[in-house]
Design a protein around this ligand. Structure first.
Ligand SMILES: Cc1cc2nc3c(=O)[nH]c(=O)nc-3n(C[C@H](O)[C@H](O)[C@H](O)COP(=O)(O)O)c2cc1C
Length: 202
């Protein structure tokens, strides 16, 4: 089987952001596990806040099609997101809301078909003690319920994340590092199993 392709989506694009740092760290671990890693820059998609009138007049923006393509071309997703007021940030929810509006075309699935049955793992980082636990619990429900994604049971939240990284971008705490590897490995195992099942069903 080819290398598995993992799409990493940092839920914050802030320069020097903690979730971008955790996404970078997890991407490195994924590569050492033999996975092919692509990173999605949500800012580069230039998605406006979802607006039904805008959709009616101009259609779904190209950035949402780009997100659909990247998801369709991956075997699994790793979303690394902050927590804003106990919830995933609008950057993440808005991108997925637009994704859900992407129609099928050019022999590509619609947005919801691209996500259905696809595995996704969740990580979060925050300076707070709980590291964005509430955010990923909501995100788990949202991706499972609305997008029919298969959310990996293992998840990890990095608390006190502003103190967690060394100057080399590595996590200082070996236990935290091991937890990230655990989540990435679980994602790879699930993506592999689902790909195998799909190939057998063909
Ligand atoms: C609007 C807003 C709401 C926030 N709410 C929470 C929160 O509920 N829980 C939490 O742990 N941190 C919260 N924070 C702090 C973020 O965790 C912190 O800014 C973090 O660094 C953002 O992630 P980033 O570094 O990847 O950009 C909030 C920050 C903002 C801007």
């Amino acid at each position: 089987m080819d290398e598995q392709r993992i799409l990493v989506i940092p839920g914050s694009v802030r320069r020097g952001g903690l979730n971008a740092a955790l996404a970078q760290f997890a991407s490195g671990k994924a590569r050492s596990l033999g996975l092919q890693v692509a990173q999605m820059d949500l800012r580069a998609l230039e998605l406006p806040v979802y607006d039904g009138d805008l959709e009616a007049s101009s259609g779904v923006p190209p950035g949402a099609h780009q997100l659909r393509d990247a998801i369709a071309d991956s075997d699994g997703l790793l979303v690394v997101t902050p927590e804003y007021n106990g919830f995933p940030p609008p950057l993440v929810i808005n991108a997925f809301d637009w994704l859900s509006r992407v129609p099928a075309g050019d022999s590509r699935p619609d947005g919801l078909k691209a996500t259905a049955g696809k595995p996704v793992a969740l990580l979060s980082a925050s300076p707070g003690l709980y590291g964005g636990l509430r955010s990923i619990n909501f995100l788990r429900q949202y991706l499972q319920m609305a997008f029919q994604m298969v959310v990996v049971p293992q998840q990890f939240t990095l608390g006190r994340a502003h103190e967690a990284f060394g100057p080399d971008g590595e996590l200082k705490d070996p236990k935290a590092s091991q937890s990230v590897v655990g989540v990435v490995s679980a994602l790879a195992a699930l993506a592999g199993a689902l790909r195998g099942a799909e190939a057998r069903g063909r």
